[in-house]
Design a protein around this ligand. Sequence first.
Ligand SMILES: [Zn+2]
Length: 457
Amino acid sequence: MSRVLAVAAGLLLTPPLASAQATAAQGVADPRITALVASVSPERLQATATKLASFGTRSTLSDTVSTTRGIGAARRWIYDEFKRASPKLQVAFDRHMLARQGRITREVELVNVVAILPGRSARRIYISGHYDAVNPRGNAPNNPGAGAGAAGGDAQMRAEMDHNADAPGANDDGSGTALTMELARAFANSGLEFDATLVFVTWAGEEQGLLGAMVHAQTLAAAKGTVTANFNNDIVGSSLGGNGIIDAESVRIYSLGPEDSMNRSLARYIARVAGVYVPSHTIRLMAREDRFGRGSDHSSFTAFDFPAVVFREANENYQRQHNTEDKPEGMDFRYLAQNTRVNAAAAASLALAPPAPKVTTGGGTPTISRGTTGYDAALQWEASPGAAGYRVYWRNTWSNDWERSQYVGNVTRFLLPNVSIDDYVFGVAAVNAEGHESLVSAYVSPNRRMQEVQIKK
Ligand SMILES: [Zn+2]
Protein backbone atom coordinates (compact mmCIF):
# COMPACT_ATOMS: atom_id res chain seq x y z
CA MET A 1 0.00 0.00 0.00
CA SER A 2 1.38 3.41 -0.87
CA ARG A 3 1.69 5.98 1.84
CA VAL A 4 -1.03 8.10 0.23
CA LEU A 5 -3.45 5.18 0.27
CA ALA A 6 -2.54 4.34 3.84
CA VAL A 7 -3.32 7.88 4.93
CA ALA A 8 -6.60 7.90 3.01
CA ALA A 9 -7.65 4.66 4.67
CA GLY A 10 -6.77 6.00 8.08
CA LEU A 11 -4.29 3.15 8.46
CA LEU A 12 -1.03 4.97 8.78
CA LEU A 13 1.20 2.09 9.85
CA THR A 14 4.48 3.85 9.25
CA PRO A 15 4.95 7.55 9.86
CA PRO A 16 5.84 9.57 6.77
CA LEU A 17 9.27 11.10 6.68
CA ALA A 18 9.09 14.35 8.63
CA SER A 19 10.16 16.54 5.76
CA ALA A 20 12.74 17.01 3.08
CA GLN A 21 15.21 17.56 5.91
CA ALA A 22 14.87 13.97 7.07
CA THR A 23 17.06 11.93 4.75
CA ALA A 24 18.79 8.60 4.91
CA ALA A 25 22.01 10.55 4.82
CA GLN A 26 20.78 12.04 8.11
CA GLY A 27 19.83 8.69 9.60
CA VAL A 28 16.13 8.42 8.73
CA ALA A 29 14.87 5.26 7.01
CA ASP A 30 12.16 5.02 4.37
CA PRO A 31 10.07 1.92 5.22
CA ARG A 32 9.68 1.15 1.51
CA ILE A 33 13.46 0.83 1.13
CA THR A 34 13.59 -1.22 4.34
CA ALA A 35 11.11 -3.65 2.73
CA LEU A 36 13.12 -3.82 -0.50
CA VAL A 37 16.31 -4.55 1.46
CA ALA A 38 14.52 -7.26 3.46
CA SER A 39 13.40 -9.00 0.25
CA VAL A 40 16.99 -10.06 -0.59
CA SER A 41 17.23 -13.84 -0.29
CA PRO A 42 20.45 -15.71 0.56
CA GLU A 43 18.83 -18.94 -0.68
CA ARG A 44 18.10 -17.44 -4.09
CA LEU A 45 21.63 -16.01 -4.29
CA GLN A 46 23.00 -19.47 -3.56
CA ALA A 47 20.79 -21.10 -6.19
CA THR A 48 21.86 -18.52 -8.79
CA ALA A 49 25.61 -18.79 -8.09
CA THR A 50 25.36 -22.60 -8.08
CA LYS A 51 23.56 -22.60 -11.43
CA LEU A 52 26.15 -20.20 -12.90
CA ALA A 53 29.00 -22.50 -11.79
CA SER A 54 27.19 -25.47 -13.35
CA PHE A 55 27.87 -24.16 -16.87
CA GLY A 56 31.42 -25.49 -16.40
CA THR A 57 33.05 -22.44 -17.93
CA ARG A 58 31.78 -18.99 -18.83
CA SER A 59 34.92 -17.90 -20.65
CA THR A 60 34.11 -15.22 -23.23
CA LEU A 61 35.85 -17.44 -25.80
CA SER A 62 34.12 -20.68 -24.76
CA ASP A 63 31.39 -22.67 -26.51
CA THR A 64 28.24 -20.71 -27.40
CA VAL A 65 26.20 -23.50 -28.98
CA SER A 66 25.74 -26.03 -26.16
CA THR A 67 22.59 -25.67 -24.07
CA THR A 68 24.35 -26.79 -20.88
CA ARG A 69 28.00 -25.69 -21.02
CA GLY A 70 29.85 -22.50 -21.90
CA ILE A 71 29.10 -18.80 -22.03
CA GLY A 72 26.30 -19.09 -24.59
CA ALA A 73 24.19 -21.34 -22.36
CA ALA A 74 25.00 -19.15 -19.35
CA ARG A 75 23.89 -15.91 -20.94
CA ARG A 76 20.69 -17.38 -22.32
CA TRP A 77 19.87 -18.59 -18.82
CA ILE A 78 20.60 -15.15 -17.31
CA TYR A 79 18.39 -13.55 -19.97
CA ASP A 80 15.54 -15.96 -19.18
CA GLU A 81 15.91 -15.34 -15.43
CA PHE A 82 15.68 -11.57 -15.93
CA LYS A 83 12.56 -12.15 -18.05
CA ARG A 84 11.02 -14.40 -15.41
CA ALA A 85 11.80 -11.91 -12.62
CA SER A 86 9.29 -9.28 -13.74
CA PRO A 87 7.47 -8.06 -16.85
CA LYS A 88 8.61 -4.56 -15.86
CA LEU A 89 12.20 -5.39 -16.85
CA GLN A 90 13.25 -4.61 -20.42
CA VAL A 91 15.67 -7.46 -21.05
CA ALA A 92 18.15 -7.49 -23.93
CA PHE A 93 21.43 -8.89 -25.16
CA ASP A 94 23.91 -6.04 -25.61
CA ARG A 95 25.94 -7.47 -28.53
CA HIS A 96 29.26 -6.24 -29.86
CA MET A 97 31.45 -7.87 -32.54
CA LEU A 98 35.05 -7.67 -31.34
CA ALA A 99 38.13 -7.82 -33.51
CA ARG A 100 41.09 -9.94 -32.40
CA GLN A 101 42.99 -7.91 -29.80
CA GLY A 102 44.99 -8.51 -26.62
CA ARG A 103 43.61 -11.56 -24.82
CA ILE A 104 40.82 -11.88 -27.42
CA THR A 105 42.63 -14.42 -29.58
CA ARG A 106 40.02 -14.54 -32.34
CA GLU A 107 37.10 -12.46 -33.57
CA VAL A 108 34.24 -12.98 -31.14
CA GLU A 109 30.78 -11.70 -30.42
CA LEU A 110 30.83 -10.22 -26.93
CA VAL A 111 27.40 -10.23 -25.26
CA ASN A 112 26.42 -8.37 -22.09
CA VAL A 113 23.00 -9.18 -20.63
CA VAL A 114 20.97 -6.10 -19.68
CA ALA A 115 17.72 -5.64 -17.73
CA ILE A 116 16.36 -2.11 -17.60
CA LEU A 117 13.78 -0.87 -15.08
CA PRO A 118 12.64 2.45 -16.56
CA GLY A 119 12.41 5.42 -14.20
CA ARG A 120 10.81 8.85 -14.58
CA SER A 121 14.05 10.17 -16.06
CA ALA A 122 16.52 8.66 -18.52
CA ARG A 123 19.56 9.12 -16.28
CA ARG A 124 20.91 5.74 -15.31
CA ILE A 125 21.99 3.94 -12.16
CA TYR A 126 23.84 0.72 -12.92
CA ILE A 127 24.16 -2.34 -10.74
CA SER A 128 26.59 -4.79 -12.28
CA GLY A 129 28.83 -7.83 -12.08
CA HIS A 130 30.68 -9.80 -14.77
CA TYR A 131 29.26 -13.19 -15.72
CA ASP A 132 32.32 -14.32 -17.65
CA ALA A 133 34.89 -16.51 -15.89
CA VAL A 134 38.45 -17.55 -16.64
CA ASN A 135 40.96 -20.26 -15.91
CA PRO A 136 44.21 -19.12 -17.55
CA ARG A 137 46.01 -22.42 -16.86
CA GLY A 138 43.41 -24.47 -18.68
CA ASN A 139 43.40 -28.06 -17.46
CA ALA A 140 46.04 -27.65 -14.77
CA PRO A 141 43.99 -27.33 -11.57
CA ASN A 142 45.46 -26.00 -8.36
CA ASN A 143 48.35 -24.41 -10.15
CA PRO A 144 49.60 -22.01 -7.51
CA GLY A 145 49.65 -18.44 -8.65
CA ALA A 146 47.11 -18.95 -11.38
CA GLY A 147 45.39 -15.73 -10.32
CA ALA A 148 45.41 -12.50 -12.28
CA GLY A 149 48.32 -11.19 -10.27
CA ALA A 150 50.52 -14.13 -11.29
CA ALA A 151 53.64 -13.78 -13.36
CA GLY A 152 53.54 -14.91 -16.96
CA GLY A 153 51.46 -12.18 -18.52
CA ASP A 154 49.24 -12.19 -21.58
CA ALA A 155 51.52 -14.20 -23.87
CA GLN A 156 51.65 -17.11 -21.46
CA MET A 157 47.95 -16.77 -20.73
CA ARG A 158 47.15 -17.06 -24.45
CA ALA A 159 49.58 -19.87 -25.13
CA GLU A 160 48.37 -22.12 -22.32
CA MET A 161 44.70 -21.36 -22.45
CA ASP A 162 41.98 -23.87 -23.18
CA HIS A 163 38.86 -21.71 -23.26
CA ASN A 164 36.57 -24.69 -22.70
CA ALA A 165 38.47 -25.95 -19.64
CA ASP A 166 36.61 -25.80 -16.32
CA ALA A 167 36.29 -22.26 -14.92
CA PRO A 168 33.31 -22.37 -12.54
CA GLY A 169 33.73 -18.73 -11.44
CA ALA A 170 31.24 -19.11 -8.59
CA ASN A 171 32.62 -16.16 -6.66
CA ASP A 172 34.54 -14.40 -9.50
CA ASP A 173 32.15 -13.21 -10.51
CA GLY A 174 29.17 -15.47 -10.03
CA SER A 175 28.73 -13.53 -6.78
CA GLY A 176 28.39 -10.14 -8.49
CA THR A 177 26.21 -11.68 -11.20
CA ALA A 178 23.88 -13.31 -8.64
CA LEU A 179 23.72 -10.01 -6.71
CA THR A 180 22.79 -8.12 -9.88
CA MET A 181 20.10 -10.65 -10.82
CA GLU A 182 18.69 -10.66 -7.28
CA LEU A 183 18.40 -6.87 -7.26
CA ALA A 184 16.79 -6.75 -10.71
CA ARG A 185 14.08 -8.97 -9.26
CA ALA A 186 13.85 -7.04 -5.97
CA PHE A 187 13.68 -3.57 -7.53
CA ALA A 188 11.21 -4.58 -10.25
CA ASN A 189 8.91 -6.16 -7.64
CA SER A 190 9.28 -3.42 -5.01
CA GLY A 191 6.29 -1.41 -6.17
CA LEU A 192 8.50 1.69 -6.04
CA GLU A 193 8.65 4.21 -8.86
CA PHE A 194 12.15 5.51 -9.21
CA ASP A 195 13.29 8.82 -10.61
CA ALA A 196 16.40 7.25 -12.16
CA THR A 197 16.35 4.38 -14.62
CA LEU A 198 17.88 1.25 -13.07
CA VAL A 199 20.14 -0.77 -15.35
CA PHE A 200 21.10 -4.25 -14.20
CA VAL A 201 23.96 -5.61 -16.30
CA THR A 202 26.03 -8.75 -16.29
CA TRP A 203 29.19 -8.07 -18.31
CA ALA A 204 31.25 -10.36 -20.50
CA GLY A 205 34.92 -9.95 -21.43
CA GLU A 206 35.96 -8.64 -18.00
CA GLU A 207 38.74 -11.19 -17.75
CA GLN A 208 40.15 -10.11 -21.13
CA GLY A 209 40.47 -6.45 -20.08
CA LEU A 210 37.09 -5.08 -18.91
CA LEU A 211 35.90 -5.26 -22.51
CA GLY A 212 32.14 -5.71 -22.06
CA ALA A 213 31.80 -2.74 -19.73
CA MET A 214 34.19 -0.69 -21.86
CA VAL A 215 32.35 -1.19 -25.14
CA HIS A 216 29.05 -0.50 -23.35
CA ALA A 217 30.35 2.67 -21.66
CA GLN A 218 31.96 4.02 -24.81
CA THR A 219 28.73 3.45 -26.77
CA LEU A 220 26.74 5.18 -24.02
CA ALA A 221 29.17 8.11 -23.90
CA ALA A 222 28.95 8.51 -27.70
CA ALA A 223 25.13 8.63 -27.35
CA LYS A 224 25.52 11.33 -24.63
CA GLY A 225 23.90 9.13 -21.99
CA THR A 226 23.78 10.29 -18.37
CA VAL A 227 24.96 8.04 -15.55
CA THR A 228 24.35 8.90 -11.90
CA ALA A 229 26.24 5.87 -10.57
CA ASN A 230 27.59 2.42 -11.26
CA PHE A 231 27.53 -0.01 -8.35
CA ASN A 232 29.97 -2.64 -9.66
CA ASN A 233 30.40 -5.88 -7.72
CA ASP A 234 33.30 -8.25 -8.33
CA ILE A 235 34.15 -11.06 -5.85
CA VAL A 236 31.73 -10.29 -3.03
CA GLY A 237 30.57 -13.73 -1.91
CA SER A 238 33.12 -15.32 0.44
CA SER A 239 33.82 -14.45 4.05
CA LEU A 240 36.79 -16.83 4.48
CA GLY A 241 40.11 -15.39 3.37
CA GLY A 242 42.98 -17.45 2.02
CA ASN A 243 44.85 -16.47 5.18
CA GLY A 244 42.24 -18.26 7.31
CA ILE A 245 40.68 -15.09 8.63
CA ILE A 246 36.88 -14.93 8.57
CA ASP A 247 35.18 -11.57 8.09
CA ALA A 248 31.46 -11.69 7.36
CA GLU A 249 30.80 -8.27 8.89
CA SER A 250 32.44 -5.89 6.44
CA VAL A 251 32.85 -5.09 2.75
CA ARG A 252 35.37 -2.94 0.92
CA ILE A 253 34.37 -0.23 -1.53
CA TYR A 254 37.07 1.15 -3.84
CA SER A 255 36.69 4.45 -5.65
CA LEU A 256 38.90 6.46 -7.96
CA GLY A 257 39.96 9.88 -6.66
CA PRO A 258 40.61 12.74 -6.42
CA GLU A 259 38.97 13.26 -3.04
CA ASP A 260 36.04 15.25 -4.40
CA SER A 261 35.37 13.15 -7.49
CA MET A 262 31.81 11.89 -7.88
CA ASN A 263 33.24 8.37 -7.41
CA ARG A 264 34.25 9.28 -3.87
CA SER A 265 30.95 11.10 -3.37
CA LEU A 266 29.19 7.86 -4.31
CA ALA A 267 31.37 5.83 -1.94
CA ARG A 268 30.58 8.16 1.00
CA TYR A 269 26.89 8.04 0.11
CA ILE A 270 26.83 4.24 0.18
CA ALA A 271 28.54 4.19 3.57
CA ARG A 272 26.00 6.62 5.05
CA VAL A 273 22.92 4.92 3.62
CA ALA A 274 24.20 1.46 4.58
CA GLY A 275 24.53 2.71 8.15
CA VAL A 276 20.76 3.33 8.17
CA TYR A 277 19.47 0.21 6.39
CA VAL A 278 22.16 -2.44 7.05
CA PRO A 279 23.63 -1.28 10.36
CA SER A 280 25.15 -4.69 11.12
CA HIS A 281 27.49 -4.38 8.15
CA THR A 282 30.65 -2.27 8.18
CA ILE A 283 31.57 -0.35 5.04
CA ARG A 284 35.32 0.05 4.58
CA LEU A 285 35.97 2.85 2.11
CA MET A 286 39.22 2.48 0.21
CA ALA A 287 40.75 5.64 -1.22
CA ARG A 288 42.07 3.99 -4.38
CA GLU A 289 40.65 2.79 -7.67
CA ASP A 290 40.86 -0.90 -6.80
CA ARG A 291 43.03 -3.49 -5.07
CA PHE A 292 46.74 -3.16 -5.73
CA GLY A 293 47.44 -3.80 -9.42
CA ARG A 294 44.03 -5.33 -10.09
CA GLY A 295 40.93 -4.01 -11.78
CA SER A 296 37.28 -4.39 -12.69
CA ASP A 297 34.52 -2.95 -14.83
CA HIS A 298 33.94 0.23 -12.81
CA SER A 299 37.10 1.60 -14.46
CA SER A 300 35.38 1.44 -17.86
CA PHE A 301 32.80 3.85 -16.41
CA THR A 302 35.21 6.26 -14.73
CA ALA A 303 37.12 6.38 -18.05
CA PHE A 304 34.14 8.35 -19.37
CA ASP A 305 33.55 10.35 -16.15
CA PHE A 306 30.56 8.18 -15.22
CA PRO A 307 30.63 7.89 -11.38
CA ALA A 308 31.47 4.33 -10.30
CA VAL A 309 32.74 2.21 -7.42
CA VAL A 310 33.57 -1.45 -6.97
CA PHE A 311 32.54 -3.65 -4.04
CA ARG A 312 35.08 -6.30 -2.93
CA GLU A 313 34.70 -8.93 -0.23
CA ALA A 314 36.51 -8.17 3.03
CA ASN A 315 39.25 -10.76 2.74
CA GLU A 316 39.92 -12.68 -0.47
CA ASN A 317 41.15 -16.20 -1.14
CA TYR A 318 43.50 -15.93 -4.13
CA GLN A 319 43.77 -19.73 -4.31
CA ARG A 320 40.11 -19.84 -5.32
CA GLN A 321 40.23 -17.35 -8.16
CA HIS A 322 40.71 -18.03 -11.88
CA ASN A 323 40.93 -21.80 -11.39
CA THR A 324 38.78 -24.89 -10.87
CA GLU A 325 38.53 -24.21 -7.12
CA ASP A 326 36.23 -21.20 -7.46
CA LYS A 327 33.15 -23.21 -6.43
CA PRO A 328 29.93 -22.38 -4.53
CA GLU A 329 31.21 -24.53 -1.65
CA GLY A 330 33.79 -21.83 -0.94
CA MET A 331 31.18 -19.12 -0.57
CA ASP A 332 29.05 -17.66 2.24
CA PHE A 333 25.61 -16.74 0.97
CA ARG A 334 24.51 -14.94 4.14
CA TYR A 335 27.53 -12.72 3.61
CA LEU A 336 26.72 -12.23 -0.08
CA ALA A 337 23.17 -11.30 0.99
CA GLN A 338 24.52 -8.60 3.31
CA ASN A 339 26.57 -7.11 0.47
CA THR A 340 23.50 -7.33 -1.78
CA ARG A 341 21.46 -5.43 0.84
CA VAL A 342 24.04 -2.64 0.96
CA ASN A 343 23.77 -2.26 -2.82
CA ALA A 344 19.97 -2.36 -2.59
CA ALA A 345 19.70 0.33 0.07
CA ALA A 346 22.11 2.78 -1.51
CA ALA A 347 20.91 2.30 -5.10
CA ALA A 348 17.24 2.60 -4.09
CA SER A 349 17.88 5.71 -2.03
CA LEU A 350 19.84 7.29 -4.88
CA ALA A 351 17.34 6.24 -7.55
CA LEU A 352 14.46 7.84 -5.61
CA ALA A 353 16.40 11.09 -5.16
CA PRO A 354 16.73 13.95 -7.63
CA PRO A 355 19.97 14.29 -9.60
CA ALA A 356 22.88 15.99 -7.83
CA PRO A 357 22.98 19.76 -8.32
CA LYS A 358 25.39 21.20 -10.89
CA VAL A 359 27.94 23.39 -9.14
CA THR A 360 29.94 24.64 -12.11
CA THR A 361 29.30 27.03 -14.98
CA GLY A 362 29.00 25.68 -18.50
CA GLY A 363 32.72 26.29 -18.81
CA GLY A 364 33.46 24.19 -15.73
CA THR A 365 34.24 27.01 -13.28
CA PRO A 366 32.96 26.25 -9.75
CA THR A 367 30.06 28.55 -8.80
CA ILE A 368 31.44 29.56 -5.41
CA SER A 369 32.92 32.89 -4.31
CA ARG A 370 33.94 34.93 -1.28
CA GLY A 371 30.74 37.01 -1.65
CA THR A 372 30.46 40.79 -1.58
CA THR A 373 32.42 41.07 1.67
CA GLY A 374 35.29 39.00 0.30
CA TYR A 375 35.29 36.86 3.48
CA ASP A 376 32.15 34.74 3.22
CA ALA A 377 31.35 31.45 1.53
CA ALA A 378 28.84 32.28 -1.23
CA LEU A 379 27.54 29.11 -2.87
CA GLN A 380 25.41 28.84 -5.98
CA TRP A 381 24.08 25.84 -7.84
CA GLU A 382 21.72 24.90 -10.63
CA ALA A 383 18.26 23.68 -9.53
CA SER A 384 17.84 19.91 -9.81
CA PRO A 385 14.56 18.68 -11.34
CA GLY A 386 12.36 17.22 -8.59
CA ALA A 387 14.24 18.84 -5.70
CA ALA A 388 12.21 20.25 -2.79
CA GLY A 389 15.29 21.62 -1.08
CA TYR A 390 19.04 21.41 -0.71
CA ARG A 391 21.55 20.46 1.93
CA VAL A 392 24.90 22.21 2.07
CA TYR A 393 27.92 20.28 3.37
CA TRP A 394 31.36 21.40 4.41
CA ARG A 395 34.54 20.11 5.98
CA ASN A 396 38.09 20.97 6.71
CA THR A 397 40.25 20.70 3.57
CA TRP A 398 42.47 18.05 5.23
CA SER A 399 39.51 15.84 6.14
CA ASN A 400 38.14 13.22 3.74
CA ASP A 401 34.48 13.23 4.78
CA TRP A 402 31.84 15.90 5.40
CA GLU A 403 31.87 17.27 8.93
CA ARG A 404 29.01 19.78 8.91
CA SER A 405 25.78 20.11 7.00
CA GLN A 406 22.80 22.41 6.94
CA TYR A 407 19.41 22.06 5.26
CA VAL A 408 18.89 25.36 3.46
CA GLY A 409 15.43 24.95 1.87
CA ASN A 410 14.42 25.39 -1.74
CA VAL A 411 16.98 27.96 -2.82
CA THR A 412 19.83 27.88 -5.33
CA ARG A 413 22.27 30.08 -3.43
CA PHE A 414 23.44 30.19 0.15
CA LEU A 415 25.82 32.32 2.15
CA LEU A 416 27.88 31.18 5.13
CA PRO A 417 29.12 34.40 6.69
CA ASN A 418 32.76 34.53 7.77
CA VAL A 419 33.45 30.97 6.59
CA SER A 420 36.53 30.94 4.41
CA ILE A 421 36.33 29.11 1.08
CA ASP A 422 40.12 28.76 1.35
CA ASP A 423 39.92 26.70 4.53
CA TYR A 424 36.92 24.45 3.85
CA VAL A 425 35.58 22.24 1.09
CA PHE A 426 31.89 22.78 0.28
CA GLY A 427 29.29 20.65 -1.43
CA VAL A 428 25.55 20.59 -2.00
CA ALA A 429 22.99 17.81 -2.38
CA ALA A 430 19.43 17.94 -3.72
CA VAL A 431 16.61 16.55 -1.53
CA ASN A 432 13.08 15.69 -2.69
CA ALA A 433 9.83 16.11 -0.73
CA GLU A 434 10.09 12.57 0.66
CA GLY A 435 13.58 13.21 1.99
CA HIS A 436 15.60 11.27 -0.58
CA GLU A 437 18.95 12.89 -1.10
CA SER A 438 21.27 12.97 -4.12
CA LEU A 439 25.01 12.56 -4.19
CA VAL A 440 26.90 15.60 -2.91
CA SER A 441 28.40 17.77 -5.66
CA ALA A 442 31.58 19.37 -4.33
CA TYR A 443 33.05 22.71 -5.35
CA VAL A 444 36.52 21.77 -6.52
CA SER A 445 39.24 24.40 -6.66
CA PRO A 446 40.94 24.13 -10.07
CA ASN A 447 44.59 23.20 -10.09
CA ARG A 448 46.92 26.02 -11.01
CA ARG A 449 48.49 25.59 -14.43
CA MET A 450 52.12 26.65 -14.32
CA GLN A 451 54.14 27.65 -17.34
CA GLU A 452 57.87 27.26 -17.52
CA VAL A 453 59.82 30.50 -17.27
CA GLN A 454 61.58 31.48 -20.49
CA ILE A 455 65.28 31.84 -19.74
CA LYS A 456 67.39 34.11 -21.92
CA LYS A 457 70.28 32.15 -23.46
ZN1 LIG B 1 36.30 -10.66 -11.44
